[in-house]
Design a protein around this ligand. Structure first.
Ligand SMILES: Nc1ncnc2c1ncn2[C@@H]1O[C@H](COP(=O)(O)OP(=O)(O)OP(=O)(O)O)[C@@H](O)[C@H]1O
Length: 810
């Protein structure tokens, strides 16, 4: 049902546009015949020009005057056109124009391929210019043989490369033309020559064979045979004589020469050249193998693309404006703030501390980041790395600073890194990362400008590649700002047609701002009032609905023989997928869950199962999950979830254990907070200062987008009917379970609407008990599904129940 709902939009788009651009048969007839007649007109005018052109020259200056007479067969118009094309244009090569115009008419009338016609025009014009330049070679002044264009081009070439150069250039153009247009190759030319040679040889042989034969003995024999035959004739006619005059000699003799002639003549006819010809064949086949074959659907798609262009998903909101950079704030304390003094001081302390522990350093280098500075040291030979690693706390103590992290060794480098927080940290504004070239020029599908690395480089990550992101961090360390940075990045880069968000916000305050862009960017369940989900039961429905959407999308991909959403959308844009077959452009869907721990605590498995399913399977069909949590404990970030979220962001956490839960490594406990974070995509860990975007900035952006023309509704997800959510509100009374009455009495007596109660009391399986609950809901005895809580019982006592059931019968 939901699928039907979603495919309606694209269907409309196509069916409305299709007929607009096609020529009707009448229009084709009119246009085709017009072009044919125009071609004929050109031809007559040009032909006439060859005879009358000179005479008409003088008349052309007063062309507009009616009194002036012209000799051209098409009068003034003919004189003017031919002067334009021949004298001032391409000379007599302009006849090609008349031919091309005529041909165009024929193509339109007969509905032949426009591609071929375009090729004819392209090559025709090139040939025309070539001839015009060639003729220019034979004229000494600008005349009708070469036309002005040919004359001028020719004299231009002659001035620069001389006559011989010009001839060579023309010859080169000719050869290139043959090679490209007719696919001539040296082998093919050689084959043609050989064939011609053989034909000549054949002819030569045919002509001379009789002469040779005439002189040969065989010919003599044939002749004699003929003579013998002649001699035989009378004997045959006279049978009685044959029998009388020794018939053996007579019959043998005529046979002999015939046999001889038959045996001796074949050597002359042996065709050795033919064998040679066959040897050349593979060369020609190679040349012809270039041809491309298109399938029927390709042809149709190419024609559609030719007529209407590629499908543009953004067309419905064609005037949509992306939010400008000005909506984002500039901060005063941007840029590197650490000074030489601080650098020197830190360096000395590190060197001294290490020296105290007898660790020698051969070199030290500093990279200054927005919040921390990385000191890379190369220890002297023979120093154990683990020794330095163990000194983390001592170095922190000597530098009297928090948040010192030792990376020993730095992956890919032969150094050990010590990250020391700057005294004055700088803010990485959202504006600076959005404005960075890296983000602006990125080709990523879902680019996120998350912040700046330790070397002050903007870090842009692709959510489509991750494919899901886990964000964790203790409260107040920058998680919500991080989520906003992710959403803002996508809003700055993706058109509403290309990405949709499903926002889950149990805290009810973090993401409410995005309500304003509901009809642009948000997806929701059908018949829901609010797109942003704050209620946990609805989260379960939404997650399950996303699973249905995922299954639907896989089905569509399967039917389209595509492996992922990018291939599918490319195919759809190239009009190779028919919207009438249920195909539609698929936007990316990004599910953002702000407080995942809360969901897991209240709904447990009901949430974990669909999340795990989506995380495992949804990457190929463009559904990506971003899950944020304050409480990174193992019962929230379970093994199955962790396994499917290779990309993780950790803000500061309170303990090493929490850091391990998120990153599978320590380090997050040593961050300094306020957006200082560690990012990993499975292997390396990068320290990043998260871009800062404040609520007023987000408000401005959503206002800017929200004030623009929107879709009629939010993107509708497929409808999900929960197992226990009153599926059978239309259950027929006659279809009721035989235990229905008993079940009613148990539920009303216990005043508790739960399936497990029925299971226990009536000794039923879960499915039957569930169906009974559905029937009770349909009868109005219990209320709707309320997550893990038991349903409300709507009938106060057994008397009321009897009344209700009596009324039903009437
Ligand atoms: N990237 C950043 N740069 C500078 N300051 C930041 C950054 N991120 C967060 N902060 C500061 O930290 C404060 C708290 O951030 P935020 O609200 O994102 O924390 P949180 O982890 O979402 O907390 P909670 O879980 O309680 O909602 C912000 O008000 C801001 O002052």
């Amino acid at each position: 049902m939901a699928k039907a709902k979603k495919t309606v939009k694209p269907k409309k788009k196509i069916s409305i546009k299709t007929p607009d651009f096609k020529l009707s048969s009448q229009q084709k007839l009119v246009l085709g015949s017009f072009l044919i007649i125009l071609g004929v007109l050109f031809f007559i005018a040009f032909l006439s020009y060859l005879f009358t052109g000179k005479v008409d020259q003088s008349a052309l200056s007063e062309f507009a005057s009616r009194d002036i007479e012209t000799k051209n067969w098409l009068s003034k118009l003919g004189a003017w056109i031919s002067d334009l094309f021949i004298q001032r244009g391409f000379g007599i090569a302009a006849f090609i124009i008349s031919g091309l115009t005529f041909l165009s008419g024929v193509y339109v009338l007969t509905d032949l391929s426009k591609d071929k016609l375009r090729k004819h025009w392209f090559w025709g014009i090139l040939v025309m210019i070539w001839f015009s330049v060639l003729f220019g070679f034979f004229t000494y002044k600008n005349d009708s043989l070469s036309g002005t264009i040919g004359f001028e081009i020719n004299s231009f070439f002659q001035d620069y490369i001389g006559k011989i150069g010009t001839i060579l250039l023309l010859a080169f153009a000719f050869i290139s033309y043959l090679a490209i247009r007719f696919k001539f190759t040296p082998q093919r030319i050689a084959a043609i020559f050989k064939k011609a040679k053989n034909n000549i040889k054949d002819d030569f042989n045919e002509d001379f064979v009789p002469v040779d034969n005439a002189h040969s003995d065989e010919a003599e024999d044939i002749k004699s045979a003929f003579d013998v035959d002649k001699k035989v004739e009378p004997t045959i006619s006279n049978h009685s004589k044959i029998e009388a005059n020794k018939p053996i000699e007579l019959t043998q003799e005529p046979v002999k020469p015939v046999v001889k002639a038959a045996v001796t003549s074949p050597p002359i006819e042996i065709e050795i050249p033919k064998v040679e010809e066959e040897e050349e064949l593979p060369m020609e086949i190679e040349v012809e193998a270039v041809k491309e074959e298109l399938s029927e659907t390709d042809n149709l798609a190419n024609k559609l693309v030719e007529d209407f262009g590629q499908f543009d998903p953004t067309l419905e909101l064609g005037n949509y404006q992306f939010p400008p950079l000005d909506l984002l704030k500039k901060y005063d304390n941007e840029g590197v703030t650490i000074n030489q003094e601080e650098l020197e001081e830190n360096k000395n302390r590190i060197v001294d501390t290490l020296n105290n522990y007898k660790i020698g350093i051969s070199s030290i280098k500093a990279t200054i980041g927005p919040t921390v500075t990385l000191y890379e040291i190369v220890p002297e030979a023979g120093v154990r790395i683990s020794k330095i690693k163990n000194l983390e706390d001592d170095i922190a103590l000597s530098l009297s600073a928090l948040g010192i992290r030792i990376i020993a060794p730095i992956p890919g480098k032969g150094t050990i890194g010590i990250e020391v927080p700057n005294k004055n940290s700088t803010i990485v504004s959202m504006r600076s990362v959005i404005a960075s070239q890296k983000f602006q020029k990125t080709e990523m599908h879902l680019p996120i400008a998350i912040g700046k690395t330790i070397s002050n480089e903007t870090l842009v990550i692709d959510l489509a590649k991750m494919p899901h992101l886990l964000m964790a961090g203790a409260t107040g360390q920058g998680k919500s700002v991080g989520l906003n940075a992710v959403l803002t990045s996508l809003l700055y880069k993706k058109h509403p047609a290309e990405v949709k968000f499903v926002l889950v916000d149990p805290k009810k305050v973090e993401l409410t701002l995005f309500n304003k862009i509901e009809r642009h960017y948000l997806a929701k369940l059908p018949d829901e009032a609010e797109a942003i989900i704050t209620d946990n039961t609805k989260v379960i429905h939404t997650l399950n609905s996303l699973c249905i959407e995922m299954d639907n999308r896989y089905e569509m991909l399967k039917n389209a023989l595509c492996r992922n959403i990018v291939e599918y959308n490319t195919k759809f844009k190239a009009r190779k997928l028919n919207p009438n077959d249920g195909h539609a452009y698929l936007p990316y869907i990004v599910l953002v869950v702000d407080e995942f721990a809360d969901l897991i605590m209240t709904a447990g498995k009901e949430v974990e199962t669909p999340v795990a399913r989506l995380a495992q399977l949804a990457r190929a069909i463009g559904i990506h999950l971003i899950i944020a949590t304050q409480r990174p404990s193992v019962n929230v970030i379970t093994g199955i979830i962790k396994a499917n979220f290779p990309a993780r962001i950790a803000f500061r956490v309170s303990s090493k254990i929490d850091s391990r839960t998120i990153l599978d490594a320590g380090g997050a406990d040593q961050l300094i907070g306020r957006g200082d974070m560690l990012y990993t995509q499975g292997n390396d860990m990068i320290r990043v200062q998260c871009a800062f975007v404040d609520t007023p900035e987000v408000e401005k952006i959503v206002d800017f987008i929200g004030n623009q023309k929107a879709y009629p509704d939010a993107y509708l997800l497929p409808e999900y009917v929960g197992e226990e959510s009153g599926t059978s509100l239309d259950v027929d009374i006659s279809d009721r379970d035989i235990l229905f009455k008993d079940a009613c009495q148990i539920i009303v007596t216990a005043q508790q609407g739960s399936a497990s109660l029925l299971q226990r009391k009536l000794k039923l399986g879960y499915n039957r008990a569930g169906r009974l609950i559905d029937q009770l809901e349909a009868a109005g005895i219990v209320g709707g599904f309320e997550g893990s809580k038991a349903r409300q019982v709507l009938v106060p006592d057994l008397i009321a129940l009897d009344q209700l059931l009596e009324n039903e019968k009437k």
